[in-house]
Design a protein around this ligand. Sequence first.
Ligand code: TTP
Length: 219
Amino acid sequence: MTTTQHPLLLASASPRRRQILATLGLPYDVAVAPGDEDAAQTQYRGPADGMAQWTASYKALMMFSRAEVTRQLVITADTTVLLDEQVLGKPRDEDHARELLRSLRGRWHRVVTGVAVTSMYDGQLHTRGASCSTPVLMRPYSDEEIDAYIASGDPMDKAGAYGIQHTDFRPTERIDGCYLNVVGLPLCTLVQLLAMFDVHPVNNGSAHSTCPWSEQCHV
Ligand SMILES: Cc1cn([C@H]2C[C@H](O)[C@@H](COP(=O)(O)OP(=O)(O)OP(=O)(O)O)O2)c(=O)[nH]c1=O
């Protein structure tokens, strides 16, 4: 598949995704996909670990609904937390954040990020998607630590109400896979998807193509 070097567009409000994509050294624009992903997800009927990839494709579809988006190669992603195969999304409010953090305490769970790369040509959308699943073990943090973390405001925009990268809370004890997948963008998988559109990273491309966690990803 080829796109004759269309400009890259990251359709994401996530500052983490913007930072991770920047490491490839490719120029890209940023926009926020329109649409209501929570409402859309109520229509999803597939397996729990497929929801992230499905939602990433939904975000791409919403992005191309904007009249000015026609020639770009659009990157979208979605991160979900799965505990006992139940999807934990972002917290609705602080009480919900507390509930999610208590339910995850001391538990293994999975963080699944879906990624989609989409272009439009011949009047049709062409999407290549993938999803990566990373097992994560939470440490046995106290209720007081949960309260202090919630007071920081950090959990509210994150799946499962936590950020593995938070330097004060440091919620995780162990991770058996790709850190960048947990933070929201599995970089070497994205590089594989971009290669399908003949787009290749400027920085250290061969390192990305030898991802040690590829068995946890389905492209
Ligand atoms: C589990 C976990 C999630 N997250 C973040 C990644 C995602 O940004 C967010 C999950 O919400 P998403 O809906 O995947 O993404 P978003 O709303 O932040 O951005 P957009 O839809 O515009 O792309 O949770 C972390 O930053 N650290 C973590 O440890």
